[in-house]
Design a protein around this ligand. Structure first.
Ligand SMILES: Nc1ncnc2c1ncn2[C@@H]1O[C@H](COP(=O)(O)OP(=O)(O)OP(=O)(O)O)[C@@H](O)[C@H]1O
Length: 371
């Protein structure tokens, strides 16, 4: 049981009741997106320091499916050259175009190719054929934080704090580079073989120095200014960060409802019922993150991320050691590293895929020239 595999990183004095609060099982939420307005002044290097030459499908053996997304699948693959395992994300061009996600897909490639951070998944290269685009990423072996959270019901205070602190450093890095992540949730947080966070899925990440207006994200995690189609900025990630911390501590999100429209209504109404077992520092942090008032939302104030890092809930976190991954993780994934162990991933039907077709007409070629 995952419960037993989790041990407290800090044997602090927080009183964590073991009784389980009623937890509505949430379904994987649908995502929403519309058009975008942007102001591109790039703070990112324009050339990646880490990608090597161009890959083709022949460079990899496709093994099993690790996950599915809106536009394709993520497969475990093995390099025919160095024998290492990678994750290969495929996106069907026709679906990306039909769902008006060309710009987001090109953004995802651009962001992932350039960002380098201990808690963000690395991408090594991309390629395409007539029907699909492909992204080769590090294989993150221990699966989704979402799965661990559902198995554990909820996390003890120090465990939630550990994961939150690693996510906080990743957000700090992204925001310092003018990237809004916009899709923070446990499904997009993978755990590496040592149990550290790796953010994946940059499908909604956007380099936005100023403000943007796109409605995107996952209903439970969307900030009120996004629901109300007001201009927004990095503040939305701090709202989602609050929802993430809440969900890790409670096992459910504060505004959840089976109907997305009702979820939006709940978000706009802004009434949060905090369980009485939340530690008082966690409660204080969450109240200053899950607030519609942008002039009060922590992370969005003059001190930026530093205000979040300095909050009493994080008082025992030694940020430099955390960044260096020099702090024991709360959960030791039970996997054999380096052998393509996929025991922590759900099983998916392995349908025949029509990958690798280089001949024939490609009506969408003009949209994906960067791949
Ligand atoms: N680098 C990786 N290593 C291991 N598994 C991964 C990796 N990237 C993605 N996955 C698995 O595949 C799933 C889908 O990946 P991802 O969220 O990037 O796809 P997507 O097409 O963007 O999905 P969505 O429709 O939710 O946006 C993830 O939830 C995860 O389980």
């Amino acid at each position: 049981m995952a419960d037993q595999q989790i041990h407290n990183i800090a044997q602090d004095s927080y009183n964590v009741p073991q009784d389980s609060y009623h937890v509505p099982q949430q379904q994987q939420q649908q995502k929403y997106h519309t058009s975008i307005v942007e102001h591109p002044i790039s703070k990112l290097p324009q050339v990646s320091s880490k990608t090597k030459g161009k890959y083709t499908l022949n460079d990899f053996h496709i093994l099993r499916t690790l996950g599915t997304g809106s536009f394709g699948r993520v497969h475990l693959v093995r390099s025919v050259h160095n024998g290492r395992f990678y994750a290969m994300k495929t996106l069907k061009k026709s679906l990306v175009v039909r769902m008006k996600q060309v710009e987001h897909t090109n953004d995802e490639r651009r962001m992932l190719k350039i960002v380098e951070h201990p808690f963000i998944t690395r991408m090594w290269g991309t390629f395409q054929d007539v029907k699909y685009i492909y992204m080769i990423m590090d294989y993150i072996e221990a699966g989704e934080l979402f799965s661990l959270l559902r198995k554990s019901n909820k996390f003890p205070n120090p465990v939630a704090k550990f994961y939150a602190a690693e996510v906080c450093l990743a957000l700090e890095y992204l925001h310092d580079h003018n990237i809004i992540y916009r899709d923070l949730k446990p499904e997009n947080l993978l755990l590496d073989k040592n149990g550290h966070i790796k953010i994946t899925d940059f499908g909604f990440a956007k380099e936005v120095p100023d403000v943007t207006y796109t409605l995107c994200g996952t209903p439970d995690y969307i900030a009120p200014e996004v629901v109300a189609t007001k201009p927004y900025n990095k503040s939305v990630d701090w709202w989602s960060f609050g929802i993430l911390v809440f969900e890790m501590l409670a096992g459910y999100t504060p505004f959840c409802d089976p109907s997305p429209m009702k979820t939006y209504e709940n978000i706009l109404a802004g009434n949060v019922r905090y369980p009485n077992y939340f530690h008082e520092d966690a409660l204080d942090l969450l109240q200053s993150l899950i607030t519609a008032d942008l002039s009060k939302r922590l992370g969005n104030l003059q001190g930026g991320t530093q205000d979040v890092k300095n909050h009493p809930w994080f008082s025992e976190v030694i940020w430099e050691r955390l960044y260096n991954r020099d702090i024991e993780t709360p959960y030791e994934p039970p996997i054999q590293s380096g052998v393509g162990d996929t025991s922590l991933f759900d099983k998916y039907p392995e349908d025949e895929q029509d990958y690798g077709n280089m001949e024939g007409e490609d009506p969408y070629a003009k949209y994906f020239q960067e791949f």
